[in-house]
Design a protein around this ligand. Structure first.
Ligand SMILES: [Fe+2]
Length: 418
């Protein structure tokens, strides 16, 4: 059970680690790219500012000489910075001049072309272009005169420096590795916490079960005090029932219901008056009707208590008979719950082989014979045959044990099934 929990928890924590790493890593990667783009854009904007000032100076007083000076200036500048090409346009999108870095003409021509869709933009526009391992930025910078009117624009091709891109990418990679490690460490830190929490919950649950079992013992003793002043009948019928259930390979929950029901089967006798309960002679029909009502009283007492819900089958149906002649509902065959059919065999066998105020115990052989004669009438023949096959062994084990031994055997059953 615990091993399964460890495996179950580890699998889920690894899955959590994977999903969180994917989600948070994705966000870190995205933010890293945004940071890289912003960095490149800012560098491109800074570098185009030099050209913008030069073209503004020219446009304010255009002349051939000013144009020649501009050409000289931009040709020097283009070799020094990261821009590989610049073009200047007037307000009507006519090219004024351009400069291309040495050896960069081929690259510039390979870059995707565009129309004049940026000519009417009033803000700086940057388009990122990836070509091979290189990142380029096409930058459009509108140029305004002192009056705020647009007098032209600049188009530049900026080649992002590879070392800066590599540096930012490396920072992003380290952030990703850190995220994965932190999520892993957090997931692993949760592991002992969850195991400990589960252990605490198990302890609480076990204590609750022990409390309920204690209540079961108290109620069982109360019935015994009221009925026969001894627990042995309750112990014996519970042990016989458990042994039959084990031979029939009942499920764990079914065994729990069988044990609870067997222990509390006559709980309703608490409500039967002494004159009838302890009457030494035979009961009249009217008295017998009252005695029968112990089944209904038992049902009423356990009603509404969830932990005893599975005891209901035995408490309510332990006097039903396989042929439908029992009470209180006159159920027949498989309509009688299996636990009640099992208990019925155990209860009658123990009654036959026990001493009662009104009778001496029958011998084992006589009791077996009576049971055999009642197959299909009182008892489920399949269940009764299973019991009869092992009756000699069970009788020797259970009937010869004193109260202390029986108590020990019952404790072992409780430890096994609760
Ligand atoms: Fe009963």
């Amino acid at each position: 059970m615990i091993n399964n929990l460890h495996k179950w928890l580890l699998l889920r924590l690894v899955l959590l680690w994977f999903v969180l790493s994917l989600v948070i890593g994705g966000v870190v990667h995205y933010l890293g790219n945004v940071r890289l783009d912003n960095h490149i854009i800012n560098m491109a904007k800074t570098e185009t500012a030099t050209y913008t000032n030069a073209i503004i100076a020219y446009l304010k007083a255009p002349s051939e000489k000013a144009l020649a000076d501009l050409n000289v200036r931009i040709k020097i500048e283009i070799e020094r910075d990261n821009l590989i090409a610049v073009e200047f346009y007037d307000a009507a999108s006519n090219k004024i001049t351009e400069a291309v870095e040495k050896g960069a003409r081929e690259i510039e021509e390979k870059l995707p072309k565009h129309g004049s869709e940026f000519a009417d933009k009033n803000g700086i526009v940057c388009n990122k272009i990836i070509m091979g391992n290189d990142t380029y930025l096409r930058v459009f910078v509108p140029i305004f005169n002192d009056g705020g009117s647009k007098i032209g624009y600049l188009e530049g091709i900026y080649h992002a420096p590879g070392d800066i891109i590599a540096q930012i990418k490396q920072q992003t990679l380290w952030s990703l590795i850190l995220v994965v490690l932190v999520v892993f460490a957090t997931s692993m830190a949760l592991y002992p916490l969850i195991i400990r929490l589960n252990r605490t919950l198990n302890d609480y649950s076990h204590n609750l079960t022990l409390t309920n079992i204690g209540m079961l013992r108290v109620l069982g003793s109360a019935i015994a005090k009221r009925d026969s002043d001894t627990n042995v009948h309750n112990y014996r019928v519970t042990l016989y029932s458990v042994r039959i259930g084990e031979i029939m390979e009942l499920s764990h929950p079914a065994m729990q219901g069988l044990i609870k029901g067997a222990f509390l089967h006559d709980l309703g006798k608490i409500a039967i008056g002494d004159a009838i309960l302890h009457k030494p002679g035979k009961l009249t029909d009217e008295e017998f009707k009252i005695m029968e009502s112990h089944v209904r009283h038992g049902e009423d007492i356990i009603y509404g208590y969830d932990w005893l819900k599975d005891a209901r089958d035995v408490v309510c149906c332990h006097h039903e008979k396989f042929d439908g002649s029992g009470y209180p509902a006159g159920l027949a065959n498989e309509k009688i719950p299996l636990n009640a059919r099992i208990f019925s065999v155990a209860d009658v066998f123990d009654a036959l082989t026990s001493k009662r105020p009104y009778k001496e115990p029958f011998s084992f052989d006589v009791a077996v014979e009576i049971l055999r004669e009642s197959l299909g009438s009182h008892f489920d023949p399949d269940v009764a045959r299973i019991f009869l096959d092992s009756a000699a062994v069970l009788h020797a084990e259970i009937c010869s044990s004193n109260e202390t031994l029986l108590h020990g055997k019952l404790e072992a059953c409780i430890r096994k099934y609760f």
